[in-house]
Design a protein around this ligand. Structure first.
Ligand SMILES: [Zn+2]
Length: 401
């Protein structure tokens, strides 16, 4: 069918997927198969690399070369694979796509020995990409998706958000739950609400408040985040009382394994809450303001400097590293990445003295900052919430540029 005249756009949608026991073990087998196929490619690549020391002319193995060898060898090496109804095209894709990408990455480093692609270990997270363009039965209806290889249908947590042709489905496991990320070809991308021209806002990311805007609006993380964090800490404490594994000496106890699964689920939950809040906040900012101004924070510098060095031992180390943890927790990086994708324009300004400068008269004095939240200018006596003052300074810096 060659009806489409213009090139279709690609759009992704990720959601939870509910698999039954049979489907789950089939999915795990596919993921493991992909990892083994990839590792097989790495092994052949290493072999060629070693051989090149004696015969420099031996070429790099292309994904196609390796795929041929893999097809011959796979069942000899891994007899268990034969009767699993694995989706062989997915396993081949681990070589076609993942190995090709790794090889390309290595090539970019001019075949630097330190950058040689590595094996994916047993603890690599489970994931498998299924190419639905090659699958005849790609039935997807509201909340049900047809799995290939006669594995039946599975239920999606939400219906597909976009109308289009299903191209790929990548299944992955995280914290004991399964997710599917669809790649669809659509004729038109959904329209975005564009902010009015000339509107701008300054954003101060803080420790006590998650985000403070230059229009004096505070946005906080939802209380569920604190609950989830407390829950995570509790499991961590419980886990430390159980018998963990010691390499080559002791296997983990059943209770330890059970709790460690619980812990990864708890981590996932915390990350999901934070991510969700960030997505909503950045979306709403991008819809309301054409220009979003943020601080150009070097988070790494802030986290590295707390301990100081031999010449300049850090002062107040405990407080600073606590603060640093908070900053990382608040996910400054994540916020910047999301807002950069969504807003029409993002300006990052020098954060120096934004919290000590008076947004009214411009006097810089650290004594103006009375506490975490209070600001009273020593020059003109102007009083304002300290975070709002900083957000206004951030906005002013961008406007005066
Ligand atoms: Zn002032």
């Amino acid at each position: 069918m060659a009806t489409a005249s213009k090139k279709p756009h690609r759009i992704a949608h990720k959601t939870r997927v509910h698999l039954n026991n049979k489907q789950r073990s089939w999915m795990v087998a596919n993921c493991v198969g992909c990892r083994l196929a990839y590792n097989y490619a790495i092994e052949q690549m290493n072999r060629a690399y070693q051989a090149r020391k004696y015969e420099p002319d031996i070429p790099h193995l292309s994904p196609k070369d390796i795929r041929k060898m893999w097809t011959v060898e796979r069942y000899k090496r891994y007899p268990w694979m034969e009767n699993q109804r694995l989706l062989l095209s997915a396993l081949n894709n681990a070589i076609n796509v993942n190995y090709a990408a790794a090889l390309n990455q290595w090539k970019k480093s001019h075949w630097n020995v330190d950058k040689i692609p590595r094996y994916h270990g047993r603890r690599t997270s489970l994931s498998v990409m299924m190419d639905y363009t090659a699958i005849a039965d790609k039935h997807i209806d509201k909340k049900t998706l047809q799995l290939p290889q006669k594995m039946g249908t599975c239920r999606l947590a939400e219906p597909l958000r976009f109308k289009g042709t299903l191209k790929q489905a990548t299944f992955s496991e995280s914290g004991g739950k399964w997710y599917v990320s669809f790649l669809l070809a659509v004729d038109e991308l959904p329209e975005r609400t564009a902010a009015a021209t000339g509107t701008s806002i300054g954003v101060d990311m803080g420790v006590s408040k998650f985000v403070t805007l230059s229009n004096a609006e505070h946005i906080e993380m939802p209380p569920q985040l604190d609950e989830a964090r407390e829950h995570t800490k509790k499991i961590q404490r419980q886990l430390s009382n159980k018998q963990g594994p010691v390499k080559r000496k002791r296997k983990a106890s059943k209770n330890w394994l059970k709790l460690s699964r619980k812990l990864s689920a708890a981590h996932r939950k915390t990350a999901n809450i934070r991510r969700n809040t960030m997505e909503h906040v950045t979306k709403s900012l991008a819809e309301q303001y054409e220009t979003v101004v943020i601080e150009d924070l070097k988070v790494k510098n802030m986290t590295g400097s707390a301990k100081g060095d031999a010449d300049q031992p850090g002062t107040n180390v405990a407080a600073k590293s606590g603060l640093n943890r908070e900053i990382l927790n608040n996910g400054f990086y994540q916020f910047r990445e999301l807002i950069t994708h969504k807003a029409a324009k993002v300006i990052a300004v020098d954060p120096k003295y934004t919290s000590q400068t008076c947004s009214q008269c411009g006097v810089i004095d650290k004594n103006s900052r009375l506490s975490q939240s209070e600001f009273k200018c020593t020059g003109c006596g102007f009083e304002i919430n300290a975070d709002v003052n900083a957000a206004q300074n951030i906005l002013d810096r961008a406007l005066s540029q």
